[in-house]
Structures are given as structure tokens and as C-alpha cells.
Design a protein around this ligand. Structure first.
Ligand SMILES: [Zn+2]
Ligand SMILES: [Zn+2]
Length: 331
């Protein structure tokens, strides 16, 4: 009887521990790096015990919500509406804000196309991204001004200009978000977003070049900030782009990464986390590889080449994941 009781306690502790390790839920609306307009960067991130999402980039939005609905990821919300209306219900009542890394079309198109149907939301972004959205889209003939500012403001979207490295609360949501500047073919910029749920973190990179190619220190600065979080096992996942295979010449990277450059950047991060045991320094981190640029040549299809090169590189203990559209992940 005593042994049975101890077993039950141990099993309960194990179960609770297993549960406690799942801090975030992720639904992939799109993960591609271009060409395929139905599968562009867009990720729904929530606390694992919540159905309130932050949308990280929105290259693909409604199409991704429809596919995620078909995959059953919103079945638990169906009581509030019927299946046909479920993607719209999620857009209106479960996506609390967007976080837009930069204004390239493959990161904003889904959001823009859904604008006439969307409801009031904040768009978290850098001041530069906000100004570009205003000047080149909302205050131009390209599209109506769906924001709350400037001429002809329809008043749906409030642009939240984030100061670099400051924490912001996502409205109606337990997540907090902080942004870091990135170089995306300098002087073009992009942002990385660190998202916090209690004492757990996930780091999402928008498009970025390597420090050595960009001649800047942006990734290094972020690594300084996240290395202590990895040491404390609080950083659960990193989303980072690898757009091209290693055969892509450095002068044709256009502010993107390739496998060998990711490996050298990871080495720098691993050294900051644990210089004595660098090979396993990133253990416990899920490394999501995003933004692979497809190339539709049968003989030279870049997707399997990039995947193979990534799998062959040093991972420093991180678990490599290639997120596919309409998948759900927890971490
Ligand atoms: Zn870009
Ligand atoms: Zn992109």
C-alpha cells in the first residue's frame, strides 16, 4: 500500500513536470520563404494554457487559419461558432495582436488582405517598420488606411512603435513581447521578438543576415541577452531563418542566412552559454528553421539541399525542427 502510494505520488510529479515543460503552443500558418503565396511566414503563438494568440508575422493569414481549422487545431473553440465561421472567429476573438518583423511583402500580405474583414488590433513593430507601413502602404494608393493614425484613418489597427529592448504587454493576453533590431541587408532592418510567458521565453527572428556579412553586431547583442536564459533553461525555442543553401554566394544573400552562417552564429551563442561544454550548450532549446526559399527546379531543388546541410551542421545540442504549414507544436 505504501509502495503504491509512493508510485502514485511519483507518477503525479512526473506528469506535473511534463505538463510544466509545455509553456507555449505554436500553430504554423505558413513557414515558407517565398514564391508560394499560400505559405508565407505567419505563426500563432500562445501560452499553452490559453487560446489567445499573438500572430508573429502575417505573410499568410486567413489561408493558414483555414488549414489549421481543417487540421483540427481550433476544435475546442467550435462550441462558440460553427466550423465554417471558425477561421474568422479565431481572427476576431483569439488573435489579440500582430508582431511584424519588417515590411517585406512575404511578412505582411496576409494581414493586409484580411484588413477589410479584421477587427481592432495592435500591430507591434519597430518605429521604422511602422513608418514604412504608413508611408508606403496606408498613406499611399496601394491600400486604404486601416490604422488609427494619419489621413483617412479607418481606425482598426493601432501601430505600437516598440522601443528596442523594452517589454510590452500584449493586450488581453498573458504574453509580453520585446523587440531587437536586426540587419536585413543593411541599411535595411528587421526585428527579432522575444516573447515571455511567466518565466519562459521564445525568440522569433524576422529575416536576418549574419553579423559577419552585415558588418554589424546585432545577433551578438541578442545572444548576450538570451545566453543567461538558456543557462537557466528558460528559453524554450528559437525561430530563425535559413533562406538559401550553402552554394549561394555571400554577395547574393540579400540579408539572409545559409546553413554554414547559421552554424557559425550558433557557435558564438553556444560559447556564451557554456564555453566548457560547447557541443551541448544549447540542449533543451528547440531550434525552428524557417523561411526556406523554394526553388522549383527539379534538378536543383533547394529545400532538400538546405535541409540536408542543416542536419549535417553542428547543432550544439539544440533540437532541429522544420515547421510545416498547419502543424501545431508545444514547447
Ligand atoms: Zn525580408
Ligand atoms: Zn522574408
Amino acid at each position: 500500500m505504501k509502495i503504491k502510494a509512493i508510485t502514485i505520488i511519483l507518477l503525479t510529479l512526473l506528469f506535473m513536470n511534463g505538463k510544466a515543460q509545455e509553456n507555449f503552443e505554436l500553430i504554423v500558418l505558413g513557414s515558407g520563404g517565398g514564391t508560394d503565396d499560400g505559405n508565407l511566414s505567419g505563426y500563432l503563438l500562445s501560452a499553452s494554457d490559453s487560446d489567445k494568440y499573438l500572430c508573429l508575422d502575417a505573410g499568410t493569414l486567413m489561408h493558414g487559419l483555414i488549414l489549421a481549422t481543417k487540421a483540427g487545431h481550433f476544435n475546442h473553440l467550435e462550441k462558440d461558432t460553427n466550423t465554417e465561421e471558425l477561421p474568422a472567429h479565431v481572427l476576431h476573438h483569439h488573435i489579440d495582436a500582430y508582431a511584424i518583423s519588417h515590411t517585406h511583402l512575404d511578412h505582411i500580405t496576409g494581414m493586409l488582405i484580411a484588413a477589410p474583414f479584421d477587427n481592432e488590433k495592435k500591430i507591434f513593430c519597430s518605429p521604422k517598420t511602422a513608418d514604412e507601413l504608413m508611408n508606403y502602404i496606408f498613406l499611399s494608393p496601394l491600400w486604404a488606411n486601416f490604422t488609427t493614425e494619419g489621413k483617412g484613418a479607418i481606425g482598426k489597427w493601432e501601430l505600437k512603435r516598440m522601443e528596442n529592448k523594452n517589454w510590452y504587454k500584449v493586450p488581453n493576453n498573458q504574453l509580453q513581447i520585446k523587440s531587437f533590431d536586426l540587419c536585413h541587408s543593411c541599411p535595411n532592418t528587421s526585428s527579432a521578438f522575444l516573447v515571455k510567458n511567466n518565466n519562459s521565453y521564445a525568440l522569433y527572428f524576422g529575416d536576418t543576415g549574419a553579423d559577419i556579412i552585415e558588418g554589424e553586431n546585432k545577433l551578438n547583442e541578442i545572444f548576450n541577452e538570451i545566453a543567461p536564459l538558456i543557462k537557466k533553461e528558460e528559453l524554450k525555442a528559437i525561430f530563425i531563418e535559413v533562406s538559401f543553401p550553402d552554394s549561394q554566394k555571400d554577395q547574393h544573400l540579400y540579408g539572409h542566412l545559409k546553413p554554414s552562417l547559421l552554424e557559425s552564429e550558433l557557435e558564438k551563442l553556444a560559447a556564451k552559454v557554456n564555453s566548457k561544454e560547447i557541443d551541448n550548450a544549447l540542449y533543451g532549446v528547440k531550434l525552428f528553421i524557417t523561411h526556406l526559399k523554394p526553388n522549383y527546379s527539379i534538378e536543383n531543388n533547394s529545400l532538400p539541399i538546405i535541409t540536408e546541410e542543416i542536419m549535417k551542421m553542428k547543432h550544439y545540442g539544440a533540437e532541429i525542427i522544420f515547421p510545416k504549414q498547419s502543424e501545431k507544436h508545444t514547447f
